[in-house]
Design a protein around this ligand. Structure first.
Ligand SMILES: Cc1cc2nc3c(=O)[nH]c(=O)nc-3n(C[C@H](O)[C@H](O)[C@H](O)COP(=O)(O)O)c2cc1C
Length: 176
């Protein structure tokens, strides 16, 4: 099956995951903010976004291509400080259309936040959040940064993509 990765990234960690997934699967990876690649040309789509201020950052791109996305198999990977769980699921539900989230597979990968790389605005916002967040672990991460990047964590995403590729190869053979 002919698929592609479409991702957005603010500080580079989602880009790095997209590149690792591309290397492991042979799919091309397109930055939605820098490429005009057309998602309608592919049979399935792997979408990747970080969570920044409780939202994915490519909502506008998703909205723009929603009609096309609704006709495809969709694999979403998010990159966040928070681990997989109800909090993250809530943020995804709040920032993507329900019609899409109900039909896609979601994988939660954990990213990185390097204090010295942050814009002044983000540094200030995260410092304030780190002083007021009642979740002590999250508060420490907001104040001090973290690096949970893990190449091995892409494996479940890669496995599902390989299933989609195999299903299509079978479909094409049946068609001959
Ligand atoms: C300004 C800012 C806001 C963030 N907000 C959240 C958040 O709401 N929830 C969360 O789990 N992680 C949050 N993070 C952590 C990011 O998801 C993490 O740093 C991710 O790796 C960033 O991806 P990127 O490098 O592709 O931009 C935030 C990070 C930054 C810099």
């Amino acid at each position: 099956m002919n698929g592609a990765i479409f991702y957005a990234s603010k500080y580079g960690s989602t880009r790095e995951y997209a590149q690792w997934i591309a290397e492991a699967t042979g799919l091309s990876a397109y930055d939605v903010d820098a490429s005009s690649a057309d998602p309608s040309e592919f049979d399935f789509l792997v979408l990747g976004s970080p969570v920044i201020y409780y939202r994915v950052i490519f909502s506008e791109w998703v909205q723009h291509h929603l009609d096309v996305l609704m006709t495809k198999s969709i694999v979403l990977f998010t990159v966040s400080g928070a681990p997989a769980g109800a909090k993250l699921d809530g943020w995804i539900a709040d920032s993507l259309p329900a019609a899409l989230t109900s039909k896609m597979h979601h994988f939660a990968l954990r990213g990185r936040q390097i204090r010295k790389d942050l814009t002044w605005y983000d540094w200030t916002m995260l410092t304030v959040a780190g002083l007021t967040n009642p979740d002590r672990q999250a508060a420490r991460e907001e104040r001090q940064g973290f690096d949970y990047m893990d190449r091995n964590s892409i494996q479940p995403v890669v496995d599902l993509i390989k299933d989609l590729q195999a299903a299509d190869a079978q479909g094409q053979q049946d068609h001959l």
